[in-house]
Design a protein around this ligand. Structure first.
Ligand code: ZN
Length: 133
């Protein structure tokens, strides 16, 4: 069970995190390959909470993003967001979101750290990130 992602996309997410005073968030589009999740691209969605320590995707933009993925034959295989004031591990609040979206959650911080997690039952499991050129 791995999250396969191009290095350039990780860099892009870290830059997004660094350039924002609030948490940035959005979807990872891609496909499943056996047990793996393969990220093809990202789609940022505005954080309607405008908060440095929480996010909620703006609902209209969220639906548009889901439609875009479908139109292009891609699946929503993950969710990304940034942490500005704490390490890139799921918060209590994230845990609630992970129940609704049981896909890998990729979290980056402005220092350049990142990790991916998925909720299995009631347990958070770390997903190994494999970076490609
Ligand atoms: Zn979070």
């Amino acid at each position: 069970m791995r999250l396969i992602i191009r290095r350039e996309i990780i860099r892009m997410l870290i830059e997004l995190a660094r350039g924002s005073k609030v948490e940035v968030c959005g979807f990872l589009f891609g496909r499943r390959d056996g047990d793996d999740w393969v990220v093809e691209e990202i789609r940022e969605v505005p954080n309607r909470l405008n908060s440095p320590n929480a996010f909620e995707m703006e609902p209209f933009e969220m639906v548009r993003a889901i439609e875009e993925a479908e139109e292009r034959g891609l699946e929503i295989i993950g969710i990304f967001h940034s942490h500005l004031e704490c390490p890139p591990v799921p918060s209590k609040r994230d845990l609630e979101g992970m129940r609704l979206w049981p896909v890998p959650w990729l979290i980056v911080d402005e220092k350049g750290n990142y990790g991916a997690y998925v909720l299995e039952g009631n347990k958070i499991r770390e997903v190994r990130i494999v970076e490609k050129e």
